[in-house]
Design a protein around this ligand. Structure first.
Ligand code: ASP
Length: 301
């Protein structure tokens, strides 16, 4: 039996200034389209989410890969993970020094299967041994990332984010699910801080038996409620994807005042998107359909 492929991407929850909203939505559209092309050529959900996220990492507008947010010392420290739903295989990098596409290194960890998470120097050494080239930080740090850090350090911004973490979830023609997430983390974070994005169950989760999810927002809050796993569990309890997404966000907001967003698909390819932040850019691509926005208000994508 063949399934209708679908891919959903997000470009981060936060409060995007008006002038950036449409170009963020366009970046999400491009990434979703790239992922859909892969699915239509017979690629797996895992291939599609990795390539969609790599496309967003290469786009300097987003807080991942090139253009990612800086820690309080002005360094890049990158988090990313990927998970696939048929064997619950997962791979993630935490506090990785500059490499162009952390998500591809996360995938290499998943494929190797020896460990799930590698951090810092060890993650960098693994990457080099697998043929990934460390990047010159200057080539990945953008003026706008420097400006954002300066504003946070001077107390002119609240230390969080305008938005820009990236993620993708997909179902392929075989019915397999996958999820991927990549970020530079919160602006002005402490050196060594790891957020939710690389942690399976928190920022990323996929299980063919339930669904696939990628989160964005306050990493500390997302970690504490295990947002992606709990949204997928709601699917197991019979909720439809849109309800599961909004209930998971209502829970993080109601229980610990966490601000977050989530994209979710279930095994039937139904999509849920929810956030309690001002904006969250997103795009959905299915054969014959490509739509995007910077705020999700609907309940039935
Ligand atoms: N969740 C990310 C983190 O805390 C940030 C974000 O989504 O904007 O690292």
């Amino acid at each position: 039996m063949l399934y209708l492929p679908v891919i959903v991407v997000h470009g981060g929850a936060g409060a995007l200034p008006e002038e950036l909203r449409e170009i963020h939505a366009r970046g999400c559209r491009e990434a979703a389209f790239r992922g859909l092309e892969i699915l239509l050529q017979g690629g797996s959900a895992l291939d599609a989410v990795v390539e969609a996220v790599a496309c967003l990492e290469d786009n300097p507008l987003f807080n991942a890969g090139t253009g990612a947010s800086l820690d309080e010392e002005g360094h890049l420290s990158l988090d990313a993970s990927v998970m696939e739903g048929s064997g619950l295989r997962a791979g993630g990098v935490c506090a990785l020094p500059p490499f162009r596409n952390p998500i591809r290194i996360a995938r290499a960890i998943l494929e190797e299967g020896r460990h799930v998470l590698l951090a810092g120097e060890g993650a960098a050494r693994f990457a080099v041994a697998r043929g990934f080239e460390p990047a010159d930080p200057a080539s990945m740090i953008t003026d706008s990332a420097r400006r954002r850090l300066e504003e946070v350090l001077r107390g002119r911004a609240d230390g969080h984010w305008p938005g820009g973490t990236v993620g993708a979830v997909a179902r392929d023609a075989q019915g397999h699910l996958a999820a991927a997430t990549s970020t530079g983390g919160t602006v002005g974070k402490a050196p060594g801080r790891v957020g939710d994005s690389p942690i399976p169950g928190a920022g990323t989760y996929a299980d063919n038996a339930s669904g696939a999810a990628s989160a964005t927002g306050e990493g500390e809050a997302i970690l504490r409620v295990q947002l992606c796993r709990s949204a997928c569990d709601l699917l197991l309890h019979g909720l439809e994807a849109p309800r599961a997404a909004s209930q998971a966000i209502a829970h993080i907001g109601g229980r610990i005042k966490g601000r977050a967003g989530i994209i979710l698909i279930d095994r039937n390819g139904q999509v849920g998107i929810a956030h309690n932040t001002e904006t969250m850019s997103w795009a959905i691509a299915r054969p014959g359909e490509l739509k995007s926005g910077w705020r999700w208000e609907g309940s039935q994508p």
